[in-house]
Design a protein around this ligand. Structure first.
Ligand code: SDX
Length: 375
């Protein structure tokens, strides 16, 4: 054996590249986010979620006929098997919607008759909103609303949730939220997806891994907690004191900070004005103003440490203004991010290598078993 290489433990895999990828580029210092080379700002300005999903999955923008058949296939996937709808109605009313979504995607695999992974991808992406909206209504004893295949995925979600179609402004806001949540390079949930994919497991298992990982409050669960924080602060006047208390108690401010962005998260810049406009439109301006006051107070303490607001800071305000219940925020994040998870899983297995890192052993060696009465 040659001289022992010095052991370096990369806790949290910080700054470790686990693969090469053409899907997403993030420049954390300069607040840049590109999907397949296109800036997220350009896509928000000119595109819509279904077209962005095609771009992420296939690596290029579709031709007109490609897009229409992609959209058609996606809309065919909105429906859930009747037995799933019946079961969703029997789930405990207090089940967390992320747990229902995780279970629903797993259950969907029982009815899979897709011919290939791309049609399986559309099945999953198309069905996730129906799982979330159906449970959200069932837990309140409301009649389920069947999906409408003539509606876009974002509009259809709001329709199934509320029982009426949103106006143009609300629908567009939801579509933009869908776009900015779709993909974000090797975040924790995407990494768990490629770990699952690297064992050559199936796409339903890949997405189930992603949902389970995204739920955590350090990751996708932050949007839910950020809104709860603003509601608990109660008014802009109380923001400074609340933030001081939180930070002095060494607690994390939800919706702030990021492993990669050491400047503003570009998605925050897109969502903030939308959250403002919709909050004012829906008579909830005080929630937005409270969040803005929290942001200003937090920046005073955190910006010098390169800790800035991230995607989760205003996304909850936007969803709240759309009348969406708080515990549905992370499921919406998952519904959108399903395309990013699947794109990375399909890309990774093209040049697959089972993901199996090491743990540096620091325990004792060569211990001998002792009978129980001698311990
Ligand atoms: C998402 O990775 C992605 O791409 C994720 C995501 C995506 O699209 O997939 O962008 C989505 O998950 C956004 C992040 C949502 N999470 C939150 O908003 C939760 C609050 N944020 C933090 O917990 C934290 O900022 C993380 C987890 C997001 C990132 O943390 P890091 O990179 O592991 O940094 P760290 O925990 O080592 O913190 C470094 C220092 C610490 O201070 P010290 O202990 O060294 O004194 O910064 C402090 C932290 O205490 N800090 C914060 C803070 N975030 C970091 N202090 C107060 N509030 C915060 N939010």
């Amino acid at each position: 054996m040659g001289a022992q290489e010095p052991v370096v433990v990369h806790k949290g895999l910080e700054n470790v590249y686990v693969c090469e990828s053409n899907i997403c580029f993030i420049d954390g210092e300069n607040s840049r986010l590109l999907y397949r080379g296109y800036s997220v700002e350009d896509l928000v300005e000119n595109s819509f979620y279904e077209e962005v999903a095609y771009l992420l999955l296939y690596g290029r923008l579709p031709k007109r006929e490609e897009l229409s058949s992609f959209v058609e296939s996606l809309r065919q996937s909105y429906e859930l098997p009747k037995v799933m709808l019946d079961l969703l109605k029997q789930f405990p009313k207090n089940a967390h919607p992320m747990d229902v979504l995780r279970t629903g995607v797993s259950m969907l695999s029982f009815f899979d008759n897709s011919s290939d992974d791309y049609s399986r991808a559309l099945r999953i992406i198309g069905a996730m909103p129906t799982i979330v909206a159906s449970f959200a209504r069932a837990r309140k004893g409301l009649e389920l609303v069947a999906p409408k295949k003539e509606l876009s995925i974002a509009t259809n979600f709001l329709y199934m949730l509320n029982g009426n179609e949103p106006d143009e402004e609300d629908a567009r806001a939801m579509d933009i939220a869908y776009i900015v949540h779709a993909e974000h390079e090797m975040n924790a949930s995407t990494f768990s997806c490629i770990v699952t994919a690297s064992t050559l497991s199936d796409l339903y298992s890949v997405v189930t891994s992603g949902i389970a990982t995204l739920k955590g409050p350090l990751h996708g669960g932050a949007n839910e907690r950020a809104l709860e924080y603003f509601l608990s602060v109660g008014s802009p006047e109380k923001a400074e004191e609340a933030v001081e208390h939180t930070l002095n108690a060494k607690q994390r401010l939800m919706g702030f900070g990021h492993r990669v962005y050491k400047n503003y998260d570009p998605r925050y810049k897109i969502l903030k004005p939308l959250a403002k406009a919709l909050s004012e439109k829906k008579g909830k301006a005080w929630v937005y103003k409270t969040a803005e006051a929290v942001e200003q107070a937090a920046l005073k303490r955190l910006s010098e440490h390169k800790i800035f607001p991230n995607v989760d800071f205003y996304s909850g305000i936007l969803f709240h203004a759309l009348g969406i219940e708080t515990d549905l925020f992370t499921p919406i994040f998952a519904m959108s991010r399903s395309v990013g998870w699947i794109a990375h899983a399909l890309e990774y297995v093209q040049n697959n290598r089972l993901i199996r890192p090491k743990a540096y052993y620091t325990g004792e060696l060569n211990k001998k078993y002792t009978p129980i009465d001698q311990r």
